[in-house]
Design a protein around this ligand. Structure first.
Ligand code: HMG
Length: 387
């Protein structure tokens, strides 16, 4: 029997070129910038241009994986998002075409606020256990957008993470144990007729911390690792300060000494991207692996996934030997470094993305820095192509 190590074989992310600095936002609102940099722990908000959306972000994130491994063995593409562009057609089908993937592939879209990529990961791992020759491409892509001048405005962002799940986990193997928690609450939601969510911010942070405790307890009851035998922790990060609070909460629950070194590397990328909803936890995982100044081989990573509404899961994995050779650190750091800051007015212009609803023709100005762009919307059909 062949040796199977099920988990993440490849990991890639993408963010667009533009961002608004939270200092610019603080100046516009006449508030102390430290409220954002220290109070919520965020520095920048990534903003898509009008010719970018979850499809183009996802295709950009997945392209380096397809370049590296091809698509012949990928028989499943799961697209995780809460920024869907169609109630019926899965956004992943556009991505499948843009990437020139093998037609012998199933494509589906999953939704549960910021949690769905974790469901995709667990389902992919189970599928690969049943069919070890298969590889599953998961793409988590979201645009987090709140009302202007609302308290959520500072916690916007966008981005996509692509993960290849297989029985050859070159980066992170996944433990089979995981802790689960679901409760029906209204902390953050977006009815189909709204562009921006409704949110009870303070309540949502409290339910997040409660869900962490509940899913951790279940993880322990299922036979999960002790707190002290987990080396690094990655949290869903709507803003990095919540991750700091979460880690302190978990340490306290376990009567353990707090060590923020376990979470700091995992916040570096999220601080300068903002909330990218279902991609956010996996951006934190990439940030951990790419920013740690020590070799993480053999270390256990605990991951906490939370999606409002609410579903939470605490699970874990082990960093694999040679993982550094499979990271895309230089590419990712270049993506983050080669960006342009927006003035508040330019941010407002991007925030007000045109949204044609009557079938009229619309062609956004070319602005995307990547290969893929939304070329037009016409007769209710979205057309994507290479730039
Ligand atoms: P707010 O009301 O503007 O902020 O919104 P605040 O007044 O509570 O201040 C925030 C922190 O900054 C406080 O610290 C202040 O003391 C501090 P804390 O009390 O929390 O320790 N502060 C300062 N610090 C230094 N210098 C200063 C200063 N002034 C104040 N001068 C809120 C904050 C998070 C509520 C808002 O941004 C919001 O509603 N965001 C959206 C909701 C959200 O992100 N919820 C998180 C949990 S739910 C979740 O994670 C799911 C989600 O990702 C969606 C999904 O699942 O799809 C959101």
């Amino acid at each position: 029997m062949t040796n199977m190590t099920i988990g993440i074989e490849k990991l890639s992310f993408y963010v667009p070129k533009h961002y608004i600095s939270l200092t610019t936002m603080a100046e516009h609102h006449g508030i102390d910038p430290a409220k954002f940099s220290r109070g919520i722990g965020q520095d920048k908000i990534a903003m898509p241009s009008h010719d970018e959306d979850v499809v183009t972000l996802a295709a950009e994130a997945a392209q380096p994986i397809i370049d590296a491994v091809g698509s012949d063995d990928i028989d499943t593409l799961i697209f995780a998002t809460e920024t869907g562009i169609d109630h019926s057609k899965a956004a992943g089908i556009y991505v499948h075409r843009l990437l020139g993937m093998n037609p012998r592939c199933r494509v589906v879209e999953m939704k549960q606020a910021c949690y769905s990529a974790t469901a995709a990961l667990q389902m992919a791992a189970g599928y690969v256990a049943r069919k070890p020759s298969a590889k599953v491409l998961i793409i988590a892509a979201d645009v987090s957008r709140y009302d202007l001048d609302s308290s959520g405005e500072a916690t916007q962002g966008c981005g996509a993470v692509a993960m290849l799940v297989s029985n050859d986990a070159k980066i992170l193997s996944l433990d089979t144990v995981s802790g689960l928690f679901t409760e029906d609450i209204m902390d953050f939601w977006r009815p189909n007729y709204r562009k921006t969510p409704l949110v009870d911010g303070k309540y949502s942070a409290l339910r997040y911390l409660n869900a962490l405790a509940e899913s951790w307890t279940d993880y322990q009851q299922q036979g999960g690792r002790d707190f002290t035998s987990i080396d690094r922790f990655c949290y869903h990060l709507p803003f990095s300060r919540l991750g700091v609070k979460a880690h302190s909460h978990l340490a306290k629950l376990n009567g353990a000494k707090l060590d923020n070194v376990q979470i700091t590397d995992g916040m570096a990328y999220n601080r300068v991207v903002g909330n990218c909803y279902t991609a956010s936890l996996y951006l934190s995982l990439i940030s951990t692996l790419e920013n740690a100044d020590q070799d993480l081989t053999g270390q256990a990573v605990g991951l906490f996934s939370y999606g409002s509404g609410a579903v939470a899961e605490f699970f874990s994995g082990v960093v694999q030997e040679g993982y550094q050779d499979h990271l895309m650190t230089t590419h990712h750091q270049k993506l983050l470094d080669d960006r342009a800051a927006l003035s508040y007015d330019a941010y407002l212009n991007l925030w007000h993305a045109p949204d044609p609803q009557n079938g009229e023709a619309y062609a956004p100005e070319p602005a995307a820095r990547g290969r893929y762009r939304l070329v037009s919307i016409d007769e209710h059909k979205r057309h994507y192509d290479t730039a």
